[in-house]
Design a protein around this ligand. Structure first.
Ligand code: ADP
Length: 485
């Protein structure tokens, strides 16, 4: 495999600018690739929300003019490093395009959607002009989600000939749909300049994610199983036919987690540190500390944890029916998360009669999340769909056995210990409260079998969830597009 020079083009990069998991991938994968010998740089918009004090040695490296809405817009390129890493970071700026604290304007109604559409179409168009002016020549352009998905189509309109593109879909639901006539008027195009712009989605709109799926040299999503699921109408969000039409298919590469940060043997934010040899004792110490912090007694059954967005995607509305079963068998439940108000209320109401052994904490709290991962015996993640999912991997790293629905990345990362000797959790099929409750009842039984618990815990903790493993798979994908056979 030959070393590549990869330019990541994205809307978020942790720790500088983060809304969701996309930022974590763009923040972590480049370093893992560099450790394997590739050269990687990142290009993001220079948002007003970025704290420029974090950017060392920020310097101007380029200036270009980009046609947009009937004018020539002056675009500047600055170079620094992604904080805390050795990864060079380009920031692309243009007057008025990235000001303000909102990134996606997602709460701004139709006006917000229009602003987001303009912002990311402009960014994609400007990046299609800028990649050749960096003073560094990438061999692969790696785009992420709808915000930069138009780039593979737009590149054919801008000389010189561009390197091959990879598009990673982190979330198929965000697509960037807009009226084709308006989009082409912003770009100053008729729309018939190249065949790459001919696609329209089911509603007749120009759909930026669809353009990417149709035109990128390779498309992947963040788990192998989700890559299969999105070929079906049920999971395809209207784009299943576009995914299925790709000659090379859509591949799946699991995300990693930061195994240095999420490490129970060195995590200073949990009450007691432990390794797989000392997990039984260490986890009990963390359980005592967490229950005491939350004002709960130590019961003799297992502690179930749930951390995540309280939404229907996460299947949190399936949980209430399991609460009586948990408490009646001596178990306890702690839920940490926020999300849709109705689902928050449903969850709070469900534990009310069982408040002596259950807590729902509606907030985002990274420290408390670590304490719950460390203290729990089982981690609930009954998602309806899950492109990859990080919670189940963090849970296993902390020796907490995930209870997951058999979907997306959950299918790829958790093996059912009721079926496989190498099992690391419990996996159920139907997205129903009955199926979840039956699985929870099995977990309550398994908890009373210390040997089964201990060996499953050991296996869960020895899994490789590192970015290095993901980076190797991305290297194969880059190599494939750079040297098509
Ligand atoms: P998502 O679909 O939200 O990206 P993931 O499982 O991929 O779901 O990642 C969510 C991550 O955010 C997990 O590591 C989870 O622990 C963390 N998280 C979610 N909600 C909270 C919260 N309320 N407080 C602390 N951490 C949270």
């Amino acid at each position: 495999m030959s070393a590549q020079r990869i330019l990541f083009i994205a809307s978020e990069a942790a720790p500088l600018i983060k809304v969701g998991g996309l930022a974590d991938v763009v923040g972590a994968l480049p370093s893992a690739l560099m450790e394997l010998g590739d050269e990687v740089r990142i290009l993001i918009p220079k948002y007003g929300a970025i704290d420029t004090r974090l950017l060392t040695d920020l310097k101007q490296v380029g200036n270009l003019a980009v046609p947009w809405q009937g004018q020539l817009v002056s675009v500047s390129l600055e170079l620094s490093r992604l904080p805390g890493t050795a990864v060079p970071l380009y920031l692309l700026d243009a007057p008025g395009m990235f000001v303000g604290n909102a990134i996606y304007y997602e709460h701004g109604g139709p006006g917000g959607m229009r602003l987001a559409q303009e912002r990311y179409l402009f960014f994609s168009w400007a990046a299609s002009h800028a990649w050749s002016q960096l003073g560094w020549s990438p061999t692969v352009l790696h785009c992420h989600d709808w915000h930069t998905a138009a780039i593979p189509a737009l590149l054919s309109l801008v000389p010189p000939a561009a390197p091959p593109t990879v598009l990673t879909i982190h979330n198929l639901e965000g697509q960037g749909k807009w009226s084709a006539a308006e989009v082409f008027s912003w770009l100053g195009l008729a729309g018939n300049e190249t065949a790459s712009l001919k696609y329209r989605d089911g509603s007749g709109d120009l759909n930026l994610l669809q353009l990417g799926i149709r035109n990128a040299a390779a498309v992947n999503t963040v788990s192998p199983n989700y890559a299969q699921e999105i070929l079906t109408p049920e999971y395809g969000a209207g784009l299943s036919a576009d995914c299925a039409a790709r000659p090379g298919g859509v591949t799946g590469i699991l995300n990693g987690i930061d195994v240095r940060s999420f490490d129970p043997s060195s995590d200073i934010r949990i009450s007691a540190r432990y390794s797989s040899d000392t997990a039984a004792v260490g986890k009990l110490a963390n359980k005592r500390a967490l229950l005491s912090e939350l004002g709960l007694p130590l019961a003799d059954g297992p502690l179930f944890g749930l951390i995540g967005r309280l939404t229907s995607q996460k299947g949190v509305d399936l949980l209430p029916a399991s609460v009586p079963a948990i408490v009646q068998a001596g178990g306890q439940l702690v839920v940490l998360g926020s999300g849709v108000p109705e689902i928050e209320q449903l969850t709070i109401a469900a534990i009310k009669p069982y408040a002596r052994h259950c807590r729902v904490i509606v907030k985002f709290d990274a420290r408390l999340a670590r304490c719950i991962y460390a203290a729990s015996d089982f981690f609930l993640m009954p998602s309806r769909f899950e492109p990859c999912g990080l919670g189940q991997m963090v849970a296993m790293r902390y020796g907490t056995l995930p209870i997951v629905r058999d979907t997306g990345g959950l299918h790829d990362t958790v093996r059912d210990l009721r079926k496989y000797r190498a099992g690391t959790g419990l996996v159920f099929g139907p997205a129903t409260a009955t199926a979840l409750t039956a699985t929870v009842r099995d977990a309550l039984r398994i908890y009373r079998q210390p040997d089964t618990m201990n060996s499953a815990r050991q296996r869960a903790m020895s899994g490789d969830f590192s970015w290095r493993r993901s980076a190797r798979a991305y290297q194969r994908l880059y190599d494939h597009v750079a040297h098509p056979h």
